[in-house]
Design a protein around this ligand. Structure first.
Ligand code: ATP
Length: 902
């Protein structure tokens, strides 16, 4: 179907849509059922069964299974069946871990799924883009990713970047008119917008003509299915490490077997024990558990309102040394209220809080009668006219008596909302303005221009006006005249100085200032471009609005400072407003400097590098400058988190080590470029995410430490026994059982561990730091060594008392090894020593340890299992020996710590 060739009316008929009211909810549901969801087919996913099979593809597991099979054929049925059961159980555990990891990753994808603005039953609503159907009327604005193929009905300066489809990165101008020519390529269909392309400017309305695999994007979907890699640097490093560890484990077990055979042990038993030892000692679960720890951490972050889009960011978060944060909405509440106004040398105050349109105007401390205030009324009228925000009222029930109360919120930009509210307080409402003025053209607000304009026609006399609002200094530079004493007069240097003084006066009270200007134009005047419209204006005056800091931000900034992380504020606001707020939030230390956008624009990255460490606030900055800031900071060795919401923020977000996008105000483009989305737009959430990021990394270190020390212990007890010419301290089945009960649950529970008290008191981690840094390797080797030695001692003591009861000695060794590991797991929770933390704080770990203990007791005391596991029940003295020996590593090392500190 060549939609671009059709007339708009024809398209309306063919899509069975209504351009004025959209589809009904009912019709949309019907179509959704009939034509399916609006999404591209995913690439193949691995069926669960194969994922399960993959658990057994490890070389040593296969060797073990083959060996077991042989022993089964030789008549050792019980042994064979038990080993197979244990291997199966291990496989199930691995499978569950991997499935969990996969599911959480899928959930992540869902969370960042985009939404679309759709007209349904005559109302504009946001729906997930998977639920839109052919015939839906859709609105797109700058920053949106187009979610389906759309025939454009109305374009307001709409420009779309279509490189995803055409490879052409220069945005294309879109119109509602049919282009000339036949058989046009996608790039030439100027009245169409396609799924996957990006709105860079303006806005537009259109009707959906194709969804899902029927879109142009769907036709090439197979090209796009190479999903982004979700492997983190740590996972990659651990994979490499895993290979080394396999070799070491294989070498050591071979040594155990060889020495054992040399010492006269039965070759077959030694072989089976050796293979079991290899299976137990190879940390095959490590990658899966790392993924689970990352995924669990990511889920905790979601609870704290931080959505991770790219898994590697979780690790980088722990290294962040600078956070560059937008001011409005992130550090402040973005709940604007106009409090002060200025025009032509006069000032006014207005009372009232929030968006409730109730308040009075005061001049010189006296309440005013607005009838006579012509200039003030013009300032308010034009502020509300050049505006897209609306006040929304809803009824809420309050208090014990459930009294109904009206709640006022803003639909649209809060800055514009504040202007609508200030006008309403003077009895000027938007609806009646729309009757008196017809909007002919609009140039939406852009952070780069820092202003917005409309061209309007007055109904009563047909006169046309340009009305512009924006940053006062910018508007002043576009003005040739000013309203002074209710008359239009030339903007002389004296008057300009007076305006500047009042801008500074309002800004120093931490107020955000918006200026309003206008000009009358005739009907033939050129209104095609912003440049033509936004010049030779007449400056009317200023409205100053408060935007209170978010209450939790100040404490978060302090916490970040203690964690060695510097907070930098970046804002489009006036330098003095920025300074006032930075002081309130304690961002600006006494030696700290502020830089303004003009100075920044003239500097090269190298120039900026010289001073970047001293600057804490950047004001009147355009989004493009953020990239320079990121680069200069990175050149100084910083790991930078950078926030943003608009299209122009995307390059800086992408370049930052941790790109952070706003969940509420952020555009699709910014979100897609980011690795972290704040679902509440709040700075405190970045801090929470960093806190979690550090914790996740700590937890990964904890279980690496636990697993490897346990494995070292298992190998060493066997190796030493063989070297000393002793009998086998553990039989194959016992080794496999230990591997199952100690590696599985407790290791997973460590992934759920709470952060240690001092996570936010340490300096950021160096990104190149090894996982084994800060003494971890030593801890693993020394703990592992001690676990091995105490097990061997317990075994030897029992054996010397009962020289002909090998099974008893092996049971003692089995119990000691398990208990030593289960006690050691509590050690692993702290980078300092076990006594630094309450062992009952992590309830999952306590449960895991108790269930592992129970699993050990079952094979020791359940009579039918005793012959299978070669165990006997122990007496009290033996248990005392077991527990005493098992706690020695922990107690000895804690004592050593204490001694070292003293
Ligand atoms: P941030 O702190 O998140 O960078 P900001 O709101 O401080 O954002 P911008 O949104 O770029 O920065 O705004 C810059 C200036 O443009 C503001 O100080 C204000 O004077 C003006 N401005 C903001 N919003 C509007 C708007 N909707 N229409 C006209 N002017 C605006």
């Amino acid at each position: 179907m060549k939609w671009y060739e059709r007339e708009i009316e024809e398209v309306e008929k063919m899509t069975r849509s209504h351009f004025s009211s959209g589809l009904t909810e009912e019709e949309a549901k019907k179509r959704l059922k009939q034509f399916g969801q609006n999404k591209l087919d995913e690439g193949e996913t691995v069926p669960a069964f194969f994922l399960f099979l993959a658990q057994f593809k490890d070389f040593m597991v296969i060797v073990l299974l083959v060996a077991t099979l042989i022993s089964g054929l030789l008549g050792e049925y019980i042994d064979a069946i038990t080993i197979i059961l244990i291997v199966l159980l291990n496989g199930v555990l691995g499978f569950i871990q991997e499935r969990k990891a996969e599911k959480s990753l899928a959930a992540l994808k869902e969370l960042s799924a985009p939404q679309m603005m759709i007209l349904r039953d005559g109302e504009w609503v946001k729906v997930p883009s998977t639920e839109v159907v052919t015939g839906d009327i859709v609105k797109v604005t700058s920053g949106d990713r187009v979610g389906a193929d759309i025939r454009i009905i109305e374009s307001k300066g709409l420009r779309i970047e279509e490189s995803a489809l055409t490879g052409e990165s220069v945005p294309v101008q879109k119109t509602q008119d049919a282009p000339s020519g036949e058989d046009l390529s996608v790039g030439d269909q100027e009245n169409m917008a396609f799924m996957g392309t990006m709105v860079t400017q303006g806005s537009g309305i259109g009707v959906i003509v194709a969804t899902g695999m029927k879109t142009e994007m769907g036709k090439i979907a197979h090209l796009l299915q190479s999903a982004e890699t979700m492997v983190t640097p740590l996972q990659r490093k651990l994979e490499q490490l895993g290979k080394v560890l396999i070799l070491v484990a294989l070498f050591l077990t071979a040594l155990v077997v060889l020495i054992g055979v040399y010492q006269g042990h039965d070759a077959y038993i030694m072989f089976l024990a050796g293979v079991s030892l290899a299976v137990a000692a190879i940390p095959e679960g490590l990658p899966a558990i790392v993924t689970v720890a990352l995924a669990l951490g990511v889920q905790r972050m979601i609870k704290r309102k931080a959505i991770v889009r790219k898994l590697p960011a979780v690790e980088t978060l722990g290294c962040a040394s600078v956070i560059c944060s937008d001011k409005t909405g992130t550090l402040t509440q973005n709940k604007m209220t106009v409090t002060n106004l200025w025009s032509g040398g006069r000032t006014w105050e207005v009372s009232g809080t929030g968006y409730e349109p109730k308040g009075d105007f005061y001049g010189n401390g006296k309440k005013l009668n607005l009838q006579t205030e012509k200039t003030l009324k013009q300032l308010l009228t034009f502020g509300a006219l050049c505006n897209n925000a609306r006040i929304v009222t809803s009824e809420v029930k309050e208090g014990l008596l459930q009294k109904t109360k009206l709640e006022y919120t803003i639909n649209g930009d809060p800055t514009e909302g504040a202007l609508i509210v200030s006008a309403e307080k003077a009895g000027i409402n938007r609806e009646s303005l729309e009757i008196n003025y017809k909007i002919i053209e609009e140039f939406p607000f852009e952070s780069t221009r820092k202003m917005m304009s409309v061209v309007v026609e007055r109904s009563k006399d047909g006169k046309r006006f340009v009305v512009t609002k924006g940053a006062p200094d910018v508007l002043l530079s576009r003005s040739s005249h000013i309203l002074w004493e209710e008359r239009q007069q030339t903007l002389t240097p004296q008057r300009e100085a007076a305006v500047n003084r009042s801008i500074e006066d309002l800004a120093s009270q931490a107020l955000r200032t918006i200026a309003i200007a206008y000009k009358e134009i005739d009907k033939a005047a050129n209104i095609a471009t912003e440049a033509a419209v936004e010049s030779n204006l007449t400056f009317i005056g200023l409205q100053g609005m408060i935007d209170p800091p978010r209450p939790e931000v100040k404490a978060s900034i302090l916490e970040c400072r203690e964690a060695g992380i510097k907070t930098v504020m970046i804002t489009g606001d006036h330098i003095i407003t920025a300074q006032a707020i930075a002081k309130q939030l304690n961002i600006l230390p006494t030696h700290g400097k502020i830089m303004d956008g003009n100075t920044l624009a003239k500097m090269s990255v190298t120039d900026l590098e010289e001073v970047v460490d001293d600057i804490y606030v950047y004001a009147r900055v355009s989004p493009e400058h953020k990239l320079k800031i990121v680069k200069a900071l990175q050149a100084k060795g910083h790991i930078v988190a950078m926030t943003g919401d608009g299209v122009n923020d995307a390059p800086a977000i992408k370049a930052a080590n941790i790109g952070v996008a706003m969940g509420i105000t952020g555009t699709d483009v910014a979100k897609e470029a980011s690795s972290l989305v704040l679902s509440d737009d709040n700075f405190a959430t970045i801090k929470a995410a960093i806190n979690e990021g550090r914790n996740i990394y700590d937890n990964i270190r904890k279980f690496i430490r636990y697993m490897l020390a346990s494995n070292v212990g298992e190998i060493l007890v066997m190796l030493f026994a063989m070297m000393l010419g002793m009998p086998l301290p553990l039989v194959a089945i016992q080794i496999l059982w230990i591997n199952l009960v100690t590696d599985g649950l407790p290791a997973m529970a460590l992934g759920l561990d709470q952060a240690e008290g001092d996570v936010m008191k340490r300096k950021p981690r160096h990104p190149m730091e090894s996982v084994f840094a800060r003494g971890l390797a030593w801890k693993i080797v020394s703990r592992g060594f001690m676990i091995g030695v105490v097990t061997l001692i317990a075994f030897w003591l029992t054996l010397s008392q009962h020289p002909d009861d090998l099974m008893r000695a092996q049971s003692v060794a089995f119990a000691t090894l398990v208990m030593a590991q289960l006690i050691h797991v509590f050690d692993c929770r702290s980078e300092h020593s076990v006594f630094h933390r309450n062992p009952f704080q992590n309830i999952y770990l306590v449960i895991a340890v108790l269930s592992s203990t129970a699993l050990m007791l079952v094979v020791m005391y359940f009579p039918p299992l005793q012959p299978v596991f070669h165990t006997v029940g122990l007496n009290v003295r033996e248990w005392l020996l077991v527990l005493g020996m098992a706690s020695i590593p922990t107690i000895a090392l804690a004592g050593f710590h204490l001694f070292k500190r003293k």
